[in-house]
Design a protein around this ligand. Structure first.
Ligand SMILES: *Cc1c(COP(=O)(O)O)cnc(C)c1O
Length: 480
C-alpha cells in the first residue's frame, strides 16, 4: 500500500528487518544453496558502498556514463585473464548466469542466420537456463543423456546429436546438479571438427575451479585456453562473492560478441544499442562486483578456495560414513549431491531445516538421474562443516523409520486427473492443504509431501503445477 504521507527511512528499515526475519540466513554458511558468503565484513562493506555509490548511474548509455565502461573493462579483463583469455578478450557484464546463457545462445543463433530451425546440443545435466534460452529465443534444445555413473556429458552421444541445424554445443564446468566437470576438451574438439561453437557453462565454477586447483584439487582444463571453446559464462555473484546481479560472458571472437548485442533505430526515441537484455540498468551490481574483486584480490580468493576445498572434502567423507547416504558421482568442485536408496531425502531436508540448515531438494529426472539433496559449500563452510554433518546425521536418524519416499498413490492419481486449464488461482490454492502444503505460510519449511508428489509426476506436469503455485503465491490466495 502506498502511504498517504511519506515515511522515515529508519521505520522502513525496521520493517525490512521484520520481513526478512523469516528468510533463510544469507550469511554464515547454514544455507547450502542460493547464497555465497565470503565471511569478510570489510569486503561486504566495500561492495555495499560501491553498489550504493553507483546505484543511480544508468548502464543504458556508456557514452553518457563512461565510468561503466571503465568498470566493465576492469571486471571483464580480470575474469578473462584468469580464464584463458587476456586484456583483448571480448566480454559482456550481465545480470547473472541466466542472462549470460541467453546471450550466448542468441549470439550463436544470430551468427548463423542461414540455419532455419536452429538447435543447441546440451547434456541433460545442463542448467535450466539453456531450456529457458531455447524457449525465449525459438531455438530447439537437444538434451543428450550423460554417463549414468559419473553424470558427465557423453562425447559420443554429443557428437551423434550434432547435425546441420546445430548452432551451439554446450558443456558445464561444473554442472550445478552434480558438481562434475564435463569432458570439455573432448567435446570442444568434436564441436570444432564440425565447425560448431562450444559454450562452457562455468557460471558456478568459473571463479571457483581456478582457486581450487591452486589449493590442490585435480581440475581438468575447462576455460578459453582449451581449443574449440568459443564462449564461457562465469557468475561473479556466486564464487566471486559479489552482490547479486553479476556475471561475465566471455567470447573467443569479437564477431560473436557483436552477435550478442542488440541495436534499434526503428523508433523515434533515442537510438538503442544494448549489450544485455536489460536496457536501463543501475550500475550498482557492476560496481559491487568490481569492488568485491578489488577488495578480495587473488590472495583473498586463494584463501577462500582453500577453505572451500577443505570443507568439501570433510563433507564428502562425512556423508559417505552415514548409513544410507551416498554422494552422487565424484564432485570436482564444492557442489555435492547427496543420494539415498533407503531414506526419504525430502523428509531429511525438512528435518535439517528444522535444525537450522537448508539443503536443496533436487527431483529425479528419468531413470538415470535420481532425486538428491544439493549442497554448495563456500569459503565460510569450513567453520560450520562439522555442525552441518552432525545435523545431516541426526536428520538421517530422524527419518530412517520412514524408509524411502513413497508419494500417496491417491494423491498422484488425483493430481493426474485435474484439468489445470480450467482451474483459477483461488481454486488451485484451495487444493494445496490436500497435498500437505500449509497455505498460511506458517510451515514454510515443511516441503516433503509436496516434493514427494512432484517427484512422482512427469516434468511437464511439475512445470504446470509450479507455475500455478507461483501465480497463487503472488495473489492474495496464499500466505494471508
Ligand atoms: C547458477 C547457475 C546458472 C544460472 O545462473 P543464475 O545466476 O541463477 O541466473 C547457470 N549454470 C550453472 C552451472 C549455474 O550454477
Amino acid at each position: 500500500m502506498l502511504p498517504a504521507v511519506g515515511r522515515p527511512a529508519d521505520e522502513l528499515l525496521a520493517e525490512l528487518g521484520k520481513l526478512t526475519a523469516a528468510d533463510l540466513p544469507t550469511r554464515g554458511g547454514r544455507t547450502a544453496a542460493y547464497v555465497y558468503d565470503s565471511g569478510r565484513p570489510e569486503v561486504r562493506a566495500a561492495a555495499e558502498q560501491a553498489y550504493v555509490a553507483m546505484m543511480e548511474v544508468n548502464g543504458l548509455d556508456p557514452t553518457a556514463f563512461p565510468s561503466i565502461v571503465a568498470l566493465e573493462r576492469s571486471v571483464v579483463g580480470a575474469v578473462a585473464a584468469r580464464l584463458g583469455g587476456d586484456a583483448a578478450t571480448p566480454g559482456i557484464f550481465t545480470s547473472g548466469g541466466t542472462e549470460s546463457i541467453i546471450l550466448a545462445v542468441k549470439a550463436a543463433r544470430d551468427a548463423r542466420p542461414e540455419v532455419r530451425d536452429p538447435k543447441i546440443v546440451v547434456p541433460v545435466t545442463a542448467h535450466a537456463a539453456f531450456h529457458k534460452a531455447g524457449r525465449y529465443l525459438g531455438v530447439r534444445v537437444d538434451a543428450v543423456p550423460v554417463d549414468p555413473t559419473t553424470f558427465r556429458a557423453d562425447p559420443a552421444a554429443t557428437a551423434a546429436a550434432c547435425d546441420d541445424s546445430t548452432v551451439l554445443v554446450v558443456v558445464s564446468a561444473p554442472s550445478y546438479a552434480h558438481g562434475v566437470v564435463d569432458p570439455v576438451a573432448e567435446i570442444a574438439a568434436l564441436a570444432a571438427e564440425r565447425g560448431l561453437p562450444c559454450h562452457v557453462d562455468a557460471c558456478v565454477g568459473g571463479w571457483l575451479l581456478p582457486w581450487l586447483a591452486e589449493a590442490g584439487a585435480d581440475i581438468a582444463p575447462f576455460d578459453l585456453s582449451v581449443p574449440g571453446v568459443t564462449s564461457l559464462s562465469c557468475d561473479l555473484h556466486k564464487f566471486g562473492y559479489a552482490p547479486k546481479g553479476a556475471s561475465v560472458l566471455l567470447f573467443r571472437d569479437e564477431a560473436m560478441r557483436r552477435a550478442a548485442y542488440y541495436a534499434c533505430a526503428g523508433w523515434p526515441g533515442y537510438t538503442v544499442v544494448n549489450s544485455t537484455i536489460q536496457s536501463s540498468k543501475g550500475a550498482g551490481p557492476l560496481a559491487g562486483a568490481w569492488a568485491t574483486l578489488q577488495a578480495l584480490g587473488a590472495d583473498g580468493y586463494r584463501e577462500l578456495g582453500r577453505a572451500t576445498l577443505a570443507a568439501t572434502r570433510r563433507l564428502i567423507d562425512g556423508v559417505d560414513a552415514i548409513d544410507g547416504l551416498t554422494v552422487l558421482g565424484s564432485p570436482d568442485a564444492s557442489l555435492v549431491a547427496i543420494g539415498s536408496d533407503t531414506l526419504d531425502l525430502f523428509a531429511l531436508a525438512d528435518a535439517a531445516r528444522e535444525r537450522g540448515f537448508y539443503l536443496q531438494p533436487q527431483l529425479s529426472l528419468g531413470a538415470d538421474l535420481p532425486a538428491n539433496l544439493h549442497l554448495t559449500l563456500t569459503g565460510v563452510s569450513e567453520q560450520g562443516v562439522d555442525a552441518l554433518l552432525a545435523v545431516i546425521a541426526e536428520a538421517a536418524e530422524a527419518v530412517r523409520p520412514l524408509g524411502p519416499p513413497v508419494p500417496s498413490p491417491d494423491l498422484v492419481g488425483l493430481v493426474a486427473e485435474i484439468d489445470f486449464t480450467d482451474l483459477d488461482d483461488a481454486s488451485f490454492a484451495a487444493l494445496l492443504p490436500a497435498v500437505g502444503f500449509d497455505p498460511s505460510g506458517a510451515d514454510a519449511g515443511k516441503m516433503a509431501a509436496v516434493n514427494r508428489l512432484l517427484d512422482a509426476l512427469p516434468p511437464a506436469t511439475r512445470e504446470v503445477i509450479v507455475t500455478r503455485f507461483l501465480s497463487a503465491l503472488y495473489s492474495p490466495h496464499l500466505g494471508g
